[in-house]
Design a protein around this ligand. Structure first.
Ligand code: SAM
Ligand code: SF4
Length: 325
């Protein structure tokens, strides 16, 4: 266990079709249901004592959590953390980037699936304003939140046209694009194999324009396969959890906004750590619960997906916005 994803809120102001389709009604957690800053800090400290070195704050949309700078500041005081990063839709970045940097945030990943204003709003909901996101990312770079990564999900027949635009844009700005295969995470997005565009196909599209060379992972458990542009201007990555699952190398635990521990993005059930915290459990008791959960994990959903029936795939799965991507 090396990485911990901490969802700081389940609510979001966007409605990306693959995550929170706009036609659904959502009931978000009330503030007393969310882990507090102190609770997040205590749990993260315990995870770090077990070997976690990288923390990613996510959601829902983490910039909607008012105490986000406090959370970052507090996590930065924990010895042993090497990296605190943030995944965001970027909508509130322009106003918040400087505070986040001052609180100790190192870098950001911004999600962006199209570079056409109308297309962007169609993909991510009526409040999704591309120019606002772009301004936010510029401000993040200005205050030193670097390197910027851009997460892109390409869906068949929806935004395949955006691949080269996004690559050109990111190369020009010095950002690293990560193409994430569209996953059957949660239960709301009506995913089908026919909707995904395999990484290999996206790579082939990019190779029509650029020469690329495969690169080694930066560390064991890195989920993206990396490629470097042969002219030396940057890199791109592919997270191919559908066509090339990497369950056997997974070093990632997830803490939901309501304080449950999940050992897989596709899990149905988490283990309630918030209950332990709120019933005055000792550090030893919480550590034992985390260790027992991690040791007992058998999750390899992505490796088993191909053999599953659609009924098996449709069993209850936790939604991406409550445990973070
Ligand atoms: N709201 C923030 C954002 O959009 O970056 C953080 C949370 S979001 C759940 C984290 C990442 O999950 C985003 O990059 C998003 O594109 C990705 N994601 C959500 N649903 C997905 C799906 N069904 N398949 C692949 N990636 C997905
Ligand atoms: Fe919100 Fe991120 Fe999900 Fe889009 S992917 S709906 S921005 S949580």
């Amino acid at each position: 266990m090396h990485d911990l994803r901490v969802s700081v809120i389940d609510a979001c102001n966007f409605r990306c079709g693959y995550c929170m389709p706009a036609e659904n009604q959502y009931r978000f957690l009330r503030s007393h249901e969310l882990l507090t800053v102190d609770e997040i800090t205590r749990l993260v400290r315990l995870f770090v004592s077990l070997g976690v070195r990288k923390i990613r704050l996510t959601g829902g949309e983490p910039l909607l959590r008012k105490e986000l700078p406090d959370i970052i500041r507090s996590l930065n005081r924990i010895d042993g953390i090497e990296d605190v990063a943030l995944s965001t839709n970027g909508h509130h970045l322009a106003e918040l980037a400087a505070d986040l940097k001052a609180a100790g945030l190192q870098r950001i990943t911004v999600s962006m699936d199209d570079l056409d204003e109308e297309g962007f709003a169609e993909l991510s909901g009526v409040r999704a304003d591309l120019n606002r996101v772009l301004t936010g990312v510029e401000e993040a770079v200005r205050v030193g939140l670097r390197p910027v990564k851009v997460n892109v999900v390409i869906r068949r027949g929806i935004n395949e046209h955006a691949v080269l635009d996004l690559v050109n844009f990111a190369r020009g700005e010095g950002y690293v694009v990560r193409f994430i295969e569209y996953m059957d995470v949660g239960t709301l997005n009506a995913w089908g194999m026919k909707d995904i565009v395999p990484s290999k196909e996206i790579l082939a599209t990019i190779q029509t324009r650029y020469e690329l060379a495969p690169a080694d992972p930066n560390y064991f458990g890195e989920v993206a396969s990396r490629y470097l542009f042969s002219d030396g201007t940057g890199e791109i990555g592919f997270i191919s959890s559908v066509t090339q699952p990497f369950c056997s190398q997974c070093t990632r635990a997830r803490l939901s906004a309501y304080g449950s521990l999940y050992t897989c993005l596709f899990a149905s059930e988490g283990v309630d750590l918030r209950g332990l915290l709120r019933h005055d459990a000792s550090d030893e008791k919480i550590l034992k619960t985390i260790l027992d959960t991690w040791a007992a994990r058998t999750d390899r959903y992505s490796e088993e997906r191909a053999e599953m029936t659609s009924e098996e795939r449709e069993k209850h799965k936790v939604e991406m916005y409550s445990i973070g991507g």
